[in-house]
Design a protein around this ligand. Structure first.
Ligand code: BG6
Ligand code: MG
Length: 218
């Protein structure tokens, strides 16, 4: 049975976490409070709606439904300005090395992201054609750590869940992959991502022999 490879987007393929952070920080400042980089860690892998709920809890801000909806839009409009000029230079190091290795061997590749901006970002950085399947925030109803996004990706790839490997930088994403009974590969701080089956600081630490060993298993 072929193995399927599922990549998260933000923080795995591109470092968009910094742009999400700036847009949330701008909104917090407009609402009269500070939002720190440490607090931004809580936002990784988390849906836009849930991020705003957490932000308002941090700032102790009460919102009507109308205000909530307006701020969701405002944050995204601001974020879109930050990502407008993204290009291939923002692909994280050695991501293409792994994508090329998998593509050359015809392994199915999916994106499994919480973001509703995933497809335009992949287009901007020129990686869209690598992906056989894209499952993002537009296709799911339950956010990570719920496994829905990865289970749907496996289904669309036509690969058993247990034959899928997931690259993730968020705790919620690692938990989602584990719940889906997939092999989780944490990208980032191994202390933060301790629940992942394997851990790497970034893709420069991943040797293609390691990928091949995973492919050969079972
Ligand atoms: C995830 C990010 O990939 O997408 C989160 O890690 C973000 O920080 C979420 O909130 C939703 O993104 P978007 O682009 O739909 O606002
Ligand atoms: Mg991520």
């Amino acid at each position: 049975m072929k193995k399927g490879f599922i990549f998260d987007l933000d923080g795995v393929i591109v470092d968009t976490a910094k742009y999400h952070y700036l847009a949330w920080k701008n909104l917090a400042n407009d609402l009269g409070f500070e939002f720190t980089k440490e607090q931004n860690e809580l936002f990784k892998g988390v849906s836009r709606k849930r991020c705003l709920e957490i932000l308002l809890e941090i700032g102790k801000v009460e919102a009507t439904q109308e205000q909530f909806d307006t701020w969701m839009i405002e944050k995204n409009v601001d974020y879109l300005k930050y990502i407008e000029n993204m290009d291939a230079s923002e692909i994280l190091p050695d991501v293409p090395k792994i994508l090329d290795y998998l593509k050359d061997r015809k392994h199915p590749i999916a994106l499994g992201s919480a973001s509703k901006n995933a497809q335009p970002i992949l287009e901007k950085v020129g990686l869209l054609s690598y992906f056989d399947v894209i499952v993002d925030g537009n296709n799911v109803t339950k956010a990570k750590p719920d496994p829905e996004v990865f289970l749907l990706a496996a289904k669309q790839l036509g690969v058993n869940s247990s034959d899928c490997l997931v690259f993730e930088d968020a705790v919620a994403g690692v938990q989602a992959a584990n719940s889906a009974k997939m092999i989780s590969i944490g990208i980032g701080d191994e202390k933060v991502l301790s629940e992942a089956r394997y851990n790497f600081k970034d893709f420069t630490e991943i040797d293609t022999n390691f990928i091949q060993d995973l492919i050969n298993k079972n």
